[in-house]
Design a protein around this ligand. Sequence first.
Ligand code: IPE
Ligand code: IPE
Ligand code: MG
Length: 249
Amino acid sequence: MEIHADDIKNNRNRPEHVAIILDGNGRWAKQRGLPRMMGHNEGVKTVRELVTASAEAGVRYLTIYVFSKQNWSRPQDEVSSIMSLLLKTATKEIGELHRNNVRLKIIGDKNDIPAEARKVLDQGVELTKDNTLMTLVVALSYGSRDEILRAARSLAQDARDGKLSPDEIDETLFGSRLDTCDIPDPDLIIRTSGEYRISNYLLWQAAYAEFYFAKEYFPDFHRQEYYRALMDYTGRERRFGKTSEQVTA
Ligand code: IPE
Ligand code: IPE
Ligand code: MG
């Protein structure tokens, strides 16, 4: 049965924040005898579809894992083609995001991103900063351990400079030094392509996230497959350490 945006939107258990590990672009292309980059190109179309699908379903935050800190170790030609695709896509799509009242946010180690793309992305973040429909978070050169280390380093420096004492460091303060400081933790993490791992994604933030694994390669993960994941989520019981009786009371 087809799931409509309103079926999710009208469900009070819908996720506020969905985070996707978009995996399988390369295999999608290989399956068709095409170069890997064709899979990445196709993946961009799917991202567009899912941003719209999220907004229509009332999802307030969508985080997409586009390029990891570890992906720099791929063959140089794939890395540079992905960076060109990033620049092209950012240049083309940011206006559309803005027209649709979507806020753009980037997480990851910005210093790694080529200057030209970084400039376009920075401008996009600035342009869309007051938009209210939803937030699209793009994880670029993102690695969760790297993010946690950067946070730890900044706290250590403040402690050394006498700006804080080590026993002031609690979950809230620590979280405020992460790239995700102004967004809630993900409720649902989806990974496509039939792989069952987290690959250095949102390790701190995923403490109580629900997981959904889809067999489709990312370019084939369309609105219906996505809505199936969101529907599945609405039927789950999140306990945060409590008993089932406490949660349903
Ligand atoms: C995901 O697809 C996109 C990136 C990690 C950049 P992959 O490129 O990992 O595709 P597979 O896993 O090789 O099929
Ligand atoms: C995870 O996919 C990173 C992104 C989706 C950007 P990978 O394809 O890089 O993950 P592994 O190497 O299979 O774990
Ligand atoms: Mg992969």
